[in-house]
Ligand binder design. Sequence first.
Ligand code: 1GP
Length: 246
Amino acid sequence: MNVMDYITKKLKSEKLHMGLIDPAEQEPSEAADIAEVLEEVGSDAVMIGGSTGLKVESVDETVKEIKNRVSLPVILFPTSAGTISPRADAIYFMSMLNSLDRQKIIGEQVKGARIVRDAGLEPLSMAYLVVEPGMTVGRVGNADMIPRDQVDLAVSYSLAAQYLGMRFVYLEAGSGASSPVPAEMIKEVRSTIDIPLFVGGGIRTKQQALEVTEAGADIVVTGTVIEETEDIKNTIEGLISTIKRI
Ligand code: 1GP
């Protein structure tokens, strides 16, 4: 499966939803149960990652179980070069452009490049931009966070990413953020760049999903809501139907 083609083709006619599963939060078989629900309710891909101190073994086992049971693309969303599973379909080859830590901008990427090549993983080049409040990823990534009212700064970073040849921009408010990336910021970035825009962090309700997609998010990522809800099927189905209606 060529994941870039899959995403590009889908984006021609609809907005996408991707469900983020953290291998540290459940057993691999339970992760596969969640992935089955995501597939059933019309999610477009499963992203794997998101925790600090993740072990490559648990990433690998989780990807294996999911690949055994669903046909959705499984894409790694790595925190470091040490958590790459060759069983996935693709990997976001991402740089946290607004990190103050060289390791997060290019260090892990140098460490991981040959691992990705040798594993035969499809690299999907992505600019990862952390917006306030940023949560754990902002802290761990030593991000010089984009303030919520600095729309121009988000636009400048996103345009720089496009000019550097990156294929995606991800505006990240941080997993579990109290509110998502501001609509005004999404709108300005979307109207400036030509590459697809991911938005994630703090999206829990249909209203929030509506606001970020109406503002211009092409791909909406949700993670925490999957972990917190009592009824994954209904909750995610509601979010996806909202996202796909735009
Ligand atoms: C985190 O953007 C993703 O990297 C998802 O955030 O867990 O808040 O949905 P949530």
